[in-house]
Design a protein around this ligand. Structure first.
Ligand code: NAD
Length: 502
């Protein structure tokens, strides 16, 4: 990529994007666009330009009540859960087809709203979203209970079995880093299980959720099955979580908010899945090919400007190859240099908001004050948008905030290690446990590490390889429960035992 000031200039928005910006701030309830009771709105900013491009509604209690009532009615009268599973599957597949047919427009909106490169939005976010809906839809016809032989009852005198039933109305609250993927991860299993939903996307990035709502009508979902309410987290999100008409809360976001939600659902004993923050280690053993691993370790942290829950933000490299891996990392600086989100050649964009920009630069300064050295980056290369250069911090120790806390930006802390027990101790010395990657050609090392690392996902010789069939979730403060695969769909069900005396 040429380093030219033009790369920080945003390209012209398409007519479809301008149409989305011009949308009236409304809520999507019962398959209709309704004016909110609340007159408050939230600015929608393009992080590549720092300019406001649109406004969304900031729902209040009455708005939330209305959306939950619509979902409640649609669940209770069985219009969705009572439909033959194959019909439900077909509607979900139709939705996936419509997302695919509108992928260019959705990718542009996602890029503008989040600040991420449009090419990655189109070729990573959109396919992952579509795959999640297509894969998950297949479980509609496969979810089933089982016949069980009772252990303590006379043989043949009882017929006993289990049933999987949808849990009810699901409140789904999503973050801003991969808005459509997060919608798919939550909405797909919920509706596949037969639940109805109220989705509240992140207030920073709601544009694709609103376009998604329009596609739901086109796909043929009955009214009330999918409702979308925009608004702030501490108000609209909080009201949804506490609403008595909600049976399950599915949340992805920060550990801090996850704890608030956990307390709130504990009071009402709602079902809950929490997908929270991370500080994932990438561990490089000395037997690797450094020329391959250094760029891969860079991708593990710098992709999506480090705003990925599983980003490899702690890099542990064996002392014998530490310097050569660091050199390889610095050679990726140009590839991962940020630019305006609609630049087609860009590999990295702006951070999502001023808040996030200040937070990431603040962490870099804090690391420096505590004794870390900046091997690469550490700066804001243009004031046009919320840009931060890919940054490598060395000379770090485990007490530093930059090592212990989730920065959620393009910043990696790099450490040396000498033996396997030492690096297992370092890697597990974290309140998080979302993911980890191990880089080695030795199978024994790989399996030993897979068993010893305390994280929900372990990758071997790769990072951020997420598949819709594989369960995903965190240990420790990275969350509760698992999404994706059969487990993800089952998390939106109740398991009922039936025992009939014959
Ligand atoms: P956030 O916690 O600030 O917000 C997430 C969502 O929660 C938003 O929709 C927000 O409006 C809502 N919210 C905020 N306060 C609320 C409250 N009191 N009650 C109900 N809802 C509330 O997180 P964020 O900044 O949008 O996203 C970044 C975080 O998400 C990072 O910590 C990242 O690691 C995490 N994340 C985790 C995963 C995962 O699968 N584990 C995936 C993506 C992001």
């Amino acid at each position: 990529m040429n380093s030219s000031v033009d790369l920080f200039q945003q390209a012209e928005y398409s007519d479809a994007a301008k149409k989305a910006f011009a949308r009236k701030p409304q809520l999507f309830i019962n398959n209709e666009w309704v004016d909110p009771v609340s007159h408050d709105t939230i600015d929608v900013e393009d992080p590549s330009t720092r300019k406001v491009v649109s406004h969304i509604a900031d729902a209040n209690q009455e708005d939330v009540n209305r959306a939950v009532a619509a979902a409640r009615q649609a669940f209770d009268d069985g219009r969705w859960s009572g439909m033959p599973p194959l019909e439900r599957e077909n509607i979900i597949r139709k939705l996936a087809d419509l997302i695919e047919a509108n992928a260019d427009e959705l990718a542009e909106l996602e890029a503008i709203d989040v600040g991420k490169p449009v090419t990655f939005a189109r070729h990573v976010d959109l396919p992952a979203t579509i795959n999640m809906f297509r894969y998950t839809a297949g479980w509609a016809t496969r979810l089933a209970g089982e016949q069980i032989a009772p252990a303590g009852l006379p043989n043949g005198a009882f017929h006993a079995y289990t049933r999987r039933e949808p849990v009810g109305v699901a409140a789904l609250i999503t973050p801003w880093n991969y808005p459509l993927i997060m919608i798919a991860n939550k909405v797909a299993p919920a509706i596949t299980a037969g639940c109805t939903v109220v989705l509240k996307p992140a207030e920073q990035t709601s544009l694709t959720a609103l376009r998604f709502a329009e596609l739901c009508v086109e796909a043929g979902f009955p009214p009330g099955v999918i409702n979308v309410v925009t608004g702030n987290g501490h108000t609209a999100g909080d009201m949804l979580v506490k609403h008595p008409g909600v049976d399950k809360v599915g949340f992805t976001g920060s550990t801090e908010v996850g704890k608030i939600i956990h307390n709130n659902v504990t009071n009402s004993l709602k079902h809950v899945t929490l997908e929270l923050g991370g500080k994932s280690p990438a561990i490089v053993f000395p037997d690797v090919n450094v020329e391959e691993v250094a760029p891969a370790a860079a991708g593990a942290i710098f992709f999506n400007s480090g705003q990925t829950c599983v980003a490899g933000s702690r890099l542990y490299v064996h002392s014998s190859i530490f310097d050569s891996v660091m050199e390889g990392l610095t050679q990726t600086a140009e590839f991962w240099a940020p630019c305006a989100s609609l630049q087609p050649s860009g590999h990295n964009g702006a951070l999502v908001s001023k808040e996030q920009h200040d937070r990431v630069l603040g962490y870099i300064e804090d690391g420096k004050k505590q004794g870390a050295s900046v091997l690469m980056g550490g700066n804001c290369p243009s004031d046009n948008g919320y840009f931060v250069s890919p940054t490598v911090l060395v000379d770090v120790n485990h007490n530093m905030r930059v090592v212990q806390e989730e920065i959620f930006g393009p910043v990696v802390v790099a450490h040396r290690f000498d033996d396997i027990d030492e690096v297992v101790g370092y890697a597990n010395n974290s309140r998080f446990g979302l993911a980890a990657s191990v880089w080695s050609k030795d199978l024994k090392t790989m399996h030993d590490m897979a068993a010893k690392l305390k994280a929900g996902t372990i990758w071997g010789n790769c990072h951020t390889v997420i598949d819709p069939a594989m369960p995903f979730g965190g240990y420790k403060e990275s969350g509760i429960g698992r999404e994706q695969g059969r487990y993800g769909v089952e998390s939106f069900t109740e398991l009922k035992s039936v025992v009939i005396q014959l």
